[in-house]
Design a protein. Sequence first.
Length: 512
Amino acid sequence: MRIQQKRTGLPSLWSLVLLAVLAACGSDSSDGQTVAVNLSLIVEGRQAQDRSVASRLFAWIERWLPGATPAWAQTAVSDITGIQVQITGPGITTPATAEVPVSDPTSGQNIPVSIQAPVGTNRTITVAARNAAGEKTFGGTLSNVTLAPGPPIALAITLKPVFTIILNKAGGGSGTVTSTQPGINCDPSCSTQSAEFDGDIAVALNAAASPGSSFAGWSGDCTGTGACIFDRGTTGNVTVTALFVPAVTSSQLTVIKAGTGIGTVTSNPSGIICGTACTANFQTGSVVTLTAFPAAGSTFTGWSGGGCGGAIPTCVVVMNGPQTVTATFTGPIVVPMSTLTVQKSGSGSGTVTSAPSGINCGNTCSTQFPTTNTVTLTADPAQGSTFVGWSGACSGLSCSVTMETDKTVSAQFDVLPVFVTLTVRKSGSGLGTVTSADGLIVCDPGCQTTQATYLQGTQVTLTATPALGSIFVEWMGGPCNNQTGPCVLLMDRDRTAEANFDPIGGGGGPGG
C-alpha cells in the first residue's frame, strides 16, 4: 500500500544560517583533543557546496527550472523542523551531538552545522532531519572519516529521504515477516521490529505463515493479504500489523448412492450436490445435514454410515473426522440395452430382418435389444441381386449376434450377372474364316454358323479372313452392316453378325 506523501514545499530564496557549537561529551581521544567539524548539509540528490560563486548561482537558477530538483526533495523538504548530528567512533563512549532547529527549509538548500568532536580515525557522522512529529524524514551518513587536530574540517553530507517501518505481529498463530530491502526479518519468535529504509527505493513486506497457522492480513498502514508495499517517496514512520491465526482444519464428507432407483443428495451447509458433487470438505467439528430427494418413479429407502440410519429423508453428520454416508434409492428394474446396427453394401440390393423382430432393413436398420440376448439376422436379396456374405460382428453366410455391447453388422448384396449370345453366320459362294479377338468365335471355312456367350455389356471384335481363291465382300445386317473392316459389337443384348465371302472373279462382290 502506498503511504500518503507529505505536503509539498516549493523552492524559494533562503536566508538561513544556523550555527550550533556543542562540546563533545564523554571520553575524548587519549590526549583529549577535539577539532571543529563544519558540515554542509544538502537536502537534495547532488553535491553543490564546492561550486564557485558563479556555479552556486547556476545551481540556484536550476532549482527554478522544471526537473532541476529530484521529485522526492520537492515533496517533503518543507516538513523538516530540526537537524540532529551525531559523531561516533573508537574511544568515543558518548557520541558528540548537535541539534539545530530549522524553519522554512527548501530543497537544494545548504544547511551549515558546526560540531566539536574528538580527533581520531574511523569516525562515523550520522545526520537525521526530523519533522514536527519527531519522525526522521531525511538522513545521511559519512563513514570511515579521519578527524585530525588543527584547523576546522569542512565536510558535506547529502540528506536523502528515509522512513521507518514499525512492524507488529498479532493473532494466535505464528509466521515470519521479511522486507525486500535488508532491515525487517521478524521470525516466529519475534513480536515487533522496526527498521529504517531509503525513501528513494520501494520496499515490500512479505508474510509467510508457519505450519499450522495462516496469514489473515495486514492492518494499520497496509491492508489486504498480498505484499505490503511502500512506494518510493514514503517518509516518516509507518506502522503495520501482520495477523497470523491458527489454521482451520477440515474433514472430508463422501456420499455414495446405492440401489436400483435414482435420486439426489444435498447438504447444509452447501458443498454436497450428489448429483455431481458427492465429496466436499467441512470444518472439523461442524455439523452437516444431508437431505435425500428421490426422482420420479424411485423411492428413498434409507441411510447407512456416518452415524445415520433409517428411511427419513434427512441425516445429521458430525464432522469429527472423515465420514462416508450411503443413500439407497429403489425403483423399477431397468433392463440394460445394447444397439444393433445393420449396414448394406455392394452393387445389388436386398433386405435384412431380425429374430426377435426389430430390424427390417429396408427401413429400420438400427434398434436396441436387451444386453446379453442373441439376435439372428436373415439376408433376402432382391430380384436380380445375390447375397454375397456378412462382415463386421458376423462373417460368412449366416449371422447370430450376442449383444454384450453395441454391435454393427454389414450385409453385401451384388447384382446377378446377365449373359447374351453372339451368333456368327457366313454367306456367299466363297470361303473364309471368322474369328473374335477373345478367341470364343472361330468359324473356319467349313463352318457356316457358330455361337458364343458373353457377359452383358462386353465389347467383341470380329475379323473376317477370306480363304485362298475367295474375297471378303462385307458384313451384312446388324451394327456392322455394309462394313468391310473388323466388326466391333457391344453385347448389350443377343447379337447376330453375317460375313459375306465370294469367289475371286465371281459375281455378287463389289465391282463384280
